[in-house]
Design a binder for this molecule. Sequence first.
Ligand SMILES: Nc1ncnc2c1ncn2[C@@H]1O[C@H](COP(=O)(O)OP(=O)(O)O)[C@@H](O)[C@H]1O
Ligand SMILES: [Mg+2]
Length: 372
Amino acid sequence: MTPLPPGSAIGIIGGGQLGLMLAEAARELGYRTVALAETGDAPVSAAADVLVAGRFDDPEVVARFAAQVAAATVETETLPAGLLEAVAARVPLYPPAGLVLTTQDRAKQRALTVALGIAVPVHRVAATEAELAAAGRELTFPVVVKRATGGYDGRGQAWAAEPAELPAAWESIGGGCCVIEERVEFAAEFSVIVCRGAGGELAFYAPIRNVHRGGILRVSSAPAGIPAASAAAAREFARRFAEGAGLVGIACLECYLLPDGRVLVNEVAARPHNSGHLTIEACATSQFGQLVRVVAGQPPGPTELREAATMLNLIGDIDEAALAALERAYPGRVFVHRYGKAPRPGRKLGHVTVLGTNAVEPPPARPGCEIG
Ligand SMILES: Nc1ncnc2c1ncn2[C@@H]1O[C@H](COP(=O)(O)OP(=O)(O)O)[C@@H](O)[C@H]1O
Ligand SMILES: [Mg+2]
């Protein structure tokens, strides 16, 4: 692919904070952005040059978006097939529509990762009561039931401590096709981000350590302090995924480090990932800049971690006093990102990255404001 000339319009499908930071990165690299979002006030609207607002299943809206871009990418995988196929029919879409459709379905994504030789937690897929009962007989409890589609930030998941609890857990998340998996007694969680260019060039980021609470990512930090052999295993899984799944773009593998050093891959997102936000300030090329480069037909840029960093998510509401305390504790080293979203319990409203350390102690915040 010949690189797009500066000033070309890159299409961003989706209106969330990942789209916002993608549009910011595109501007820095000299590209325009046209975003497709469902509402006019979506976070991406603060940075995109053009916003097309409308229903994702409206062919007229999709055609209006596609007519204005030279290439396109996605900032979420929860997108209808018709939209992805219509865009891909008109301009290069990275990652390819088929990969987005696979990763948006947890059961299909698991099947793909298994087929590519990537180690995953012990699990079963169940869409019927009979399959659910079979999973209950075959798995070791406790297990977690995860909806195949539509879940995020721990939503669409329910735990069952014993087989008798399985039907209620399944019903509590709406039934339908689910992935049911054994609890992983992990020593740590971490992620590996891989970028693959249109010419097949690969670039890997150093592992990033993650801490979740209540199914929501709270803290990411680098260096991750993962044993070298485990980091190498995760990187090999990332290579298998990028090459085997035909990735052009960026992907994040959410990994579990087991006490014996083995690595299991929990899920894969073929887009920028919350755990990669610290790459904006800490790495030579951010995960967003990297995706912009690849979508624009450039090879991936350098990925090295220039400085230690800790990213804390701002969840529910933002406590300005706590941010000020953080700034006092790490003067000149605190970078706050606000997504322009209305406060709501459990909602990611922004994040803050602290440079120079991978061990930030999150400051206390008033009730309703969660920092890290
Ligand atoms: N089988 C499991 N064993 C232990 N913890 C789990 C398991 N599945 C999920 N979790 C915890 O919940 C978090 C969110 O689950 P995940 O499957 O990644 O869903 P989401 O799509 O909401 O990110 C994980 O990062 C991990 O901390
Ligand atoms: Mg996850």
